[in-house]
Design a protein around this ligand. Sequence first.
Ligand code: B1M
Length: 229
Amino acid sequence: MPDHRVKEILKALHDAVLFYDEDKAVEWAKVALEEGLDPFTAVMEGLSSGMKQVGELYEKGDYFVPELLLCADALYAGLGILQPAIEASDTVTATKGSIVLGVVEGDVHDIGKNLVKTMFEAAGWTVYDLGKDVPLDRFVEEQERTGAEIVGMSALMTTSMCAMPIVINKLRERNARVRVILGGAPINANVAEKFGADGYAEDAVSAVDEAVRLLSMPREQMREGRHEG
Ligand code: B1M
C-alpha cells in the first residue's frame, strides 16, 4: 500500500476517535483491513494515537469527561473490527504462558489493559482478564485459582497505582514464585521496581516481550528478595 494511503487511513482512524465518531471508526477500521494495513498498526498509530490527543485536549480543558467517554466508545468501535484480525495474525511467540490481568481497584481506565490483553492473546497466551476496578484480593485469588505464572496490573492514575505494591505483597505472601508486571501511564521502570514488581512494560507489545523474558529467566537471576522458592 502506498505510504500516503497508509497515512490517510491512520489519520482517519485517529480523527474518528478525536471527534468521537463511532461510525467513522468502524468504517475506516474496515477499510484498513480490506486494504491490508497491519491491524496492530491501525490500532496503535490510528485509534490509540487519537486517544493520546484526546488526553491532551482534556488536560488543556478543551474536552471534559463526557467527551472522553464518547471518544472511548469510538475507539472501542474501531477496536471491535481490528482486534479479531490481530488475534488471527502470526505473532505467536515460542514461549507461551498464562497471565492474570486487570486494572487495579479505583481505576476504570481499561483501554490500555485491553490492548495488552489483545497482544497476549495474539501471542498465544492464556489471559485471565479480571477487568477494571478490580478489588485487590481478586488478583491473588485468581492467580491461585488458575496457577498463572504472571500477574499483570494496569493503573492510569497516580492515586490508583498505590494499590499495586499492596497486591504485590499479598501475592508474595501466598506464592513467592509468581512474577508481576506493571504498566500504565504513571508507571515507569523505577516505580515498578520500587513497588517490588519483576517487570515493567511501556506498551502492549513490550508487555508480551517482558512476560516472555521473565518466564525464560532462571529463578536465580530474579532480583534478590523476590521469587525465591
Ligand atoms: Co481519565 N484520567 N479519568 N478517563 N483519562 C487520565 C488517566 C488522566 C491522566 C487525564 C488528565 O488529567 N490528564 C487523569 C489521571 C490523573 C492522574 O492520576 N495523575 C484522569 C482522571 C483524573 C480521570 C477522572 C478522575 C476524571 C473525573 O471523573 N473527574 C476519572 C476517573 C475514573 C476512575 O478511574 N475512577 C476518569 C475517567 C475517564 C473516562 C471513564 C472518561 C475515560 C476512560 C474510558 C475507558 O478506559 N474505558 C478516561 C480517559 C479516556 C482518559 C485519558 C484521556 C486516556 C486514557 C487512555 O485510554 N489512553 C487519560 C489521559 C492520558 O492518558 N493522557 C485519562 C490510551 C491507552 C491506549 O493508553 O492506557 O496509557 P494507556 O495504555 C498503554 C500503556 O500505558 C501500556 O500499554 C497501553 C497500550 O500501549 N499499558 C500497559 C497500560 N496498561 C498496561 C499494563 C501492562 C503493560 C503495559 O502490563 C500489565
